[in-house]
Design a protein around this ligand. Structure first.
Ligand code: G
Ligand code: G
Ligand code: MN
Ligand code: NA
Length: 254
């Protein structure tokens, strides 16, 4: 049983790590970005999946200090790679519901950008549909404030939440991430392929960039290439990587 106390101790003992999964431009093959994904390396139990501790952290409010640490770590890393002369990439950080509704979120982000020296255009925040749709009118205001800082906003796991298409046009997103449940069933399920095609067309008409998540096979890759998807993320190119392993990929990417 995971307890909040264990999470707090883990943060103090520096047991959390941030992994980075490449986001690749489908036309050029270049790594243009990365999604930051937290990992817990427990001294006795080994690797504990975020799907086990993020829900607990969200429930207890511990996601606020943990999320701040993740955001700061990812920004320090992205700026560090730029300073080292690697090709600049945009770093995407997941924000949970609790984090998104915390007071002074904008000020926190401004402070982190200032401290780390990261140019805001290299920061992206990923929000799920459910997070945003919990209170769409407040979300519009918060998103507008965040966007005015010059950062990018993406809608994550698109197609799985309680999406209201009427809000999609009003929410100031830059990027739409097609959920991997569509991607993994594309090649066996003609209906899901039709839905995915429609999502791509809609996103393109709304001038949103589109990222396909969880791309694992050549067939899936070919589908998104044929439909002018902007970026892919998934095991086909790379799983989430430790910072040193990601750095190697980035050095080789041109
Ligand atoms: O990395 P992995 O696919 O195992 O992550 C499992 C789940 O945990 C995903 O739903 C992912 O969005 C979530 N997750 C991973 N890292 C973070 C993080 O830094 N912040 C938040 N809020 N969720 C995360
Ligand atoms: O919920 P969110 O989309 O933020 O979570 C991303 C999760 O998806 C991470 O836990 C990551 O490890 C996982 N993931 C990334 N690429 C793939 C993939 O190609 N296949 C599968 N099954 N999972 C993936
Ligand atoms: Mn995500
Ligand atoms: Na996702």
């Amino acid at each position: 049983l995971l307890l909040e106390l264990e999470l707090r101790q883990a943060l103090e003992r520096q047991e959390f790590q941030v992994y980075y999964q490449p986001k690749v431009n489908l036309r050029t093959g270049e790594v243009e970005g990365a999604e930051a994904l937290v990992r817990w390396l427990h001294p006795e139990r080994g690797f504990i999946s975020p799907s086990e501790f993020i829900p607990l952290a969200e429930k207890t409010g511990f996601i606020i200090p943990l999320g701040e640490w993740i955001l700061k770590t990812a920004c320090v890393q992205a700026q560090g790679w730029q300073t080292a002369g690697l090709p600049p990439i945009r770093i995407a950080v997941n924000l949970s519901g609790h984090q998104f509704s915390q007071p002074h979120l904008g000020e926190l982000i401004v402070e982190i950008l200032r401290e780390t020296g990261l140019d805001p255009r290299y920061l992206e925040l990923e929000l799920t549909e459910s997070t945003v749709m919990e209170n769409p009118d407040v979300a519009i205001a918060t998103l507008s404030e965040l966007k005015s800082l010059g950062i990018q906003i993406s809608i994550d796991d698109f197609g799985t939440g309680y999406s209201s298409l009427s809000y999609l046009g009003q929410l100031p997103f830059d990027i739409l991430k097609i959920d991997r449940s569509f991607v993994s069933s594309l090649t066996q399920d003609a209906k899901n392929a039709a839905i995915t095609t429609a999502i791509l067309q809609m996103a393109q008409s709304l001038n949103l960039k589109v990222v396909a998540e969880g791309v694992e096979t050549e067939a899936e890759l070919a589908f998104f290439y044929g439909h002018q998807c902007d970026q892919i993320q998934g095991y086909w190119f790379s799983p989430p990587l430790s910072a040193p392993a990601f750095e190697e990929v980035l050095s080789g990417s041109k």
